[in-house]
Design a protein around this ligand. Structure first.
Ligand SMILES: Cc1cc2nc3c(=O)[nH]c(=O)nc-3n(C[C@H](O)[C@H](O)[C@H](O)COP(=O)(O)OP(=O)(O)OC[C@H]3O[C@@H](n4cnc5c(N)ncnc54)[C@H](O)[C@@H]3O)c2cc1C
Length: 452
C-alpha cells in the first residue's frame, strides 16, 4: 500500500532545478515535496571522495562570469570558489603535430587563424540575433533550423583545421557532433552562454572557477535546508491529472498536490506515464531532443607533473579519443588530477568498450599530450553519463533540425497543472548549472501565480 502525502506542490527531481524551485516555493509560503529517483541529490552534479581528502567532481563543476544565480546561491550557502589552474601554456594537437601556446590564440598557420577568426566573428554575430525567449522567432529561424551546424561549418570555414577547431567547440560545449543539431540550436545555445569565447574559455569564461570541496556541496546544502521535504530513492513512474489537481506516483508514494514541477531532462520527462496522455505537441518535443554523450574521467597522479613543464594542463586535439583536458587538481595540491573528456562520437564509441579498454584509450591520449608520466596514474575515475539511468546523457539536450521551429514553444508551456523545469528549459546558460537554477525560479513563479 503506497504512502499517501498531500501537499501544495510536488517537484519531480532533486537536481539544482528541482531544489531551486522547491526553495522558491517554500519562500512563497507553499508546502512542497521533492521526489527524487536516486539515493542522493544533485543529479548531474556529483562529488566523488578519493584518498588524501581529494574530492573530484564527476559532473558539472565550473562556474564563470554572468552565472549570477549559481554565484549568489553558493555565496549565500557559504561555499567558496577558487580559480581553475591556468598558469603556463596550452597544448593544441592536429594529428601527430603538437604545439604550445599561451592565452586563447594558438600559434598556428596565419591562414587558419584568419579563417577561424572570421568564422567565429560571423557565428557570434548570428548568435546575437537569436531571441533567447523564443529562438523560433529569429528573423532567419527557418533557414537556420533547416541546416545542421556541420553544414554551416563546411560552408563558412575554408581550411580543414579551421573546421576542426569549430568541431572541437561542438565537442567541448555541446558534447555532440555538429551534424547532430541544427544551426539555430548552435546559435541559440551560444547566445544563451554569452558567445563562443565565454563558453569555451577559462579566464573570463565558463571554466573560470571551481567550488572548494566540490560542486555537489551546493545541492547538498539546498537539500539540507529543505529537510524532510526531499524524498530520495523514489523514481516517479506516473503523473495523473485529476479534478482536484495532480497525483505523482512512485513505487512507494502517492503524492497529491495542486501542481507539479517536472524538473528532469526532457527525454526522461517523455518516459513518464501521463494520465491523460500528454498532448501530441508536447510528446513530440520530448521524442525529438536527445542528450549529448560524455564520459568524464578524473585521472589522479602523485603530483600535477605537467605544471613543472610550464603547462596549464589544458590540451585540445582533433583526433582523440580525449579531445579536451584540464588540470583538475585540488586546491590543497595533495595530488595532481587530470580531467579528460570523451565527448560526442568518441563517448558513444567508448561506451561500448570494457572499463580496461577505456582506461587504456584515455591514458593513450594523455600520454600523447603530456608524455610518459601520464601513463601510470595512481587512480582512474570515470563516469559514463549516458549509462546513468536517471540522466541518460549530458551536458544537456540538443535540438536537431526542425525541432526549435516546430516544437520550441512546447518547451516551457504548462500542460494543465504540470509545469516544466530543468536546465534544458533555461533562456540563459541553457545546459549549465546556472540555467538549471533559472528554470527552477521560473517554474516556481509560474506555479505561485497559478495557485493564487
Ligand atoms: C559531465 C558533466 C559536466 C558538466 N560540466 C558543467 C560545468 O562545468 N558547469 C556547469 O554549469 N554545468 C555543467 N554541466 C551541466 C550541469 O551539471 C547541468 O546543467 C545541471 O546540473 C542540470 O540540473 P537539472 O536540475 O536541470 O537536471 P539534473 O541535474 O539532471 O536533475 C534531475 C534530477 O531528476 C532526477 N530524476 C530523473 N528522473 C526521475 C524520475 N523519474 N523520478 C524522480 N527523479 C528523477 C535525477 O536523478 C536528477 O537528480 C555538466 C554536466 C555533466 C554531466
Amino acid at each position: 500500500m503506497a504512502e499517501r502525502i498531500e501537499t501544495d506542490v510536488v517537484v519531480v527531481g532533486a537536481g539544482l532545478a528541482g531544489l531551486g524551485a522547491a526553495q522558491a516555493l517554500v519562500a512563497g509560503g507553499r508546502d512542497v515535496v521533492v521526489v527524487e529517483a536516486r539515493d542522493r541529490v544533485g543529479g548531474r552534479v556529483v562529488n566523488r571522495e578519493l584518498e588524501h581528502g581529494v574530492v573530484v567532481e564527476m559532473g558539472g563543476q565550473w562556474i564563470g562570469p554572468t552565472q549570477n544565480r549559481i554565484q549568489r546561491l553558493a555565496a549565500d550557502l557559504g561555499i567558496d570558489t577558487f580559480p581553475t589552474y591556468n598558469e603556463g601554456e596550452n597544448l593544441l594537437r592536429f594529428g601527430e603535430t603538437q604545439g604550445r601556446y599561451k592565452g586563447t590564440i594558438p600559434r598556428i598557420n596565419p591562414f587558419v587563424l584568419a579563417d577561424i577568426g572570421q568564422a567565429q566573428a560571423r557565428f557570434d554575430n548570428l548568435a546575437r540575433r537569436v531571441p533567447l525567449e523564443a529562438p523560433w522567432s529569429a528573423s532567419r529561424a527557418e533557414q537556420w533550423d533547416s541546416q545542421t551546424f556541420e553544414t554551416w561549418i563546411q560552408r563558412n570555414c575554408r581550411t580543414s583545421k579551421g573546421r576542426d577547431l569549430l568541431r572541437l567547440y561542438s565537442a567541448a560545449v555541446f558534447a555532440a557532433e555538429p551534424a547532430d543539431y541544427s544551426l539555430l540550436h548552435a546559435l541559440f545555445y551560444t547566445n544563451s552562454g554569452g558567445g563562443v569565447d565565454r563558453l569555451a574559455g577559462v579566464g573570463d569564461g565558463a571554466q573560470q572557477d571551481r567550488f572548494v570541496g566540490g560542486s555537489q556541496r551546493v545541492p547538498l546544502a539546498m537539500a539540507a535546508e529543505l529537510g524532510g521535504r526531499v524524498r530520495l530513492a523514489q523514481p516517479v513512474r506516473k503523473v495523473a491529472i485529476g479534478a482536484a489537481g495532480v497525483t505523482v506516483l512512485t513505487d512507494e508514494l502517492e503524492v497529491a498536490a495542486r501542481a507539479v514541477i517536472v524538473a528532469i531532462p526532457p527525454t526522461l520527462a517523455g518516459r513518464l506515464a501521463y494520465e491523460p496522455a500528454l498532448p501530441s505537441w508536447r510528446d513530440q518535443l520530448t521524442q525529438a531532443v536527445p542528450a549529448g554523450a560524455v564520459i568524464k574521467c578524473n585521472v589522479v597522479y602523485e603530483t600535477p607533473f605537467w605544471r613543472e613543464d610550464g603547462l596549464t594542463g589544458q590540451a585540445t586535439g582533433n583526433e582523440g579519443p580525449v579531445k579536451i583536458t584540464f588540470d583538475n587538481s585540488p586546491p590543497s595540491g595533495a595530488r595532481g588530477v587530470m580531467l579528460a573528456f570523451l565527448e560526442g562520437a568518441h563517448a558513444r564509441r567508448a561506451s561500448r568498450m570494457t572499463p580496461a579498454e577505456r582506461r587504456e584509450a584515455v591514458l593513450g591520449s594523455l600520454t600523447r599530450y603530456f608524455g610518459p608520466p601520464a601513463a601510470t596514474p595512481l587512480d582512474f575515475q570515470e563516469l559514463d553519463w549516458s549509462a546513468e539511468e536517471w540522466t541518460r546523457g549530458c551536458y544537456g539536450a540538443h535540438f536537431p533540425t526542425g525541432v526549435w521551429t516546430q516544437y520550441g514553444p512546447a518547451l516551457r508551456e504548462p500542460v494543465g497543472p504540470i509545469h516544466w523545469a530543468g536546465t534544458e528549459t533555461a533562456t540563459v546558460w541553457n545546459g549549465y548549472m546556472d540555467g538549471a537554477l533559472q528554470s527552477g525560479d521560473r517554474a516556481a513563479a509560474e506555479v505561485l501565480a497559478a495557485l493564487t
